[in-house]
Design a protein. Sequence first.
Length: 203
Amino acid sequence: MPKSLAFEPKPAIEKLSISIRKDIRGKYESDKDELEASIGELLGASFHVEINTNEVLAYNPPGLTSSVGAMFKRYVEDYISALEAYLEKFGDEGKIHFLEAVSRFELTLPVNELGDQETTISADIKDGVFRILFHHERLGYNKNSLSDFFSKAVESIQRAGYSIVAKTSIEEHFHSEIEELMAEIGEILAMPDVVLDPDFEEN
């Protein structure tokens, strides 16, 4: 079986057409401050969206000019939706984990350099920047699937202690059942005041 060729990113477009620049200004850049403010409000910190449109549009299907601005806006909107879902699930502690991982408080949109091996959309965090990664042949697709990769991207950044996913699982499955479990053990041992302290962070 022939070895697959390594993916080579396309060079950025030197100059976008007037119609595309107009579309980007009218449908994305005009709303960028508001989008950044929405992210900042969720996180309690100033946040920036830094998308190199000339690099991204090197992968734009030929002839598609009238919706590129809306496409960029939708990527950011779906990022906001994914962030909201993440914070709703993991709360303030999840926010702390996120801000420690995304230490530059920045979002960007590069092509996924794994090429054909990768999915239509995914995400990672590199050098403190949250990156939405798009497949080189599927720009604009599956943006609403970003939430599937959100917590995985945050958890990929190593930190001391348990991951936010593990902590949430402990809260949901252990602490919610601990009172009943202690009562059962106390009854068996005739020790009604028995206390279970697993001390997860120490073990």
